[in-house]
Design a protein around this ligand. Structure first.
Ligand SMILES: [Zn+2]
Length: 174
């Protein structure tokens, strides 16, 4: 199943502000999404930790993010679709926004072990003051990881450069 994740422009704007604040330090957190249809999700918010990352490592600590996630879920409780944790995001401020071997190993371990049976990893970096490059990779239990479709409102597309044309980039990395 190929998952698609729509990220409303307001969330890109908020994430860009976080990246600017994070500087050359990796930042990130958890993604919260509403399921609109089977395999179709819309981002409703994300948690962020500015403290734990280094220039090339980021780890999301549950204690930091679960409280922020609960707040997002509470604020969106009126939505029709199921709302829940969808996965993780972090920045690669100094190298391309594709999952590192460590990223792949961590996500694979999560879905293969005790965590959710699928999870998305969004990786972003700034290419300039207003340009954001992003990839989304979905990890599913007992299946190879795959790039997901990224949908941005066409009315607000300017200023964003998407690195989503990399259909086969992850082949063989599992
Ligand atoms: Zn990474």
């Amino acid at each position: 199943m190929t998952l698609s994740l729509r990220i409303p422009p307001s969330h890109w704007t908020a994430m860009r502000a976080c990246l600017q604040r994070g500087g050359i330090r990796e930042i990130g957190g958890w993604l919260a999404a509403e399921q609109l249809a089977p395999g179709v999700f819309e981002l409703i918010g994300f948690t962020v930790d500015f403290e734990v990352g280094t220039h090339n490592r980021f780890a999301s600590l549950p204690a930091t993010h679960s409280e922020q996630l609960d707040k997002i879920l509470n604020e969106n409780a009126g939505r029709k679709g199921r709302i829940d944790y969808l996965g993780e995001w972090h920045s690669h401020p100094t190298f391309p926004p594709v999952p590192s071997d460590i990223d792949v190993a961590a996500m694979t371990k999560m879905v293969e072990d005790s965590g959710p049976s699928f999870a998305t990893l969004l990786i972003v970096r700034m290419l300039g003051a207003a340009v954001l490059e992003a990839t989304i990779t979905t990890f599913q239990r007992d299946m190879p990881s795959e790039h997901s479709q990224l949908i941005i409102d066409h009315d607000h597309q300017s200023g964003f450069l998407l690195g989503m044309d990399s259909t086969n980039k992850n082949e063989g990395q599992n």
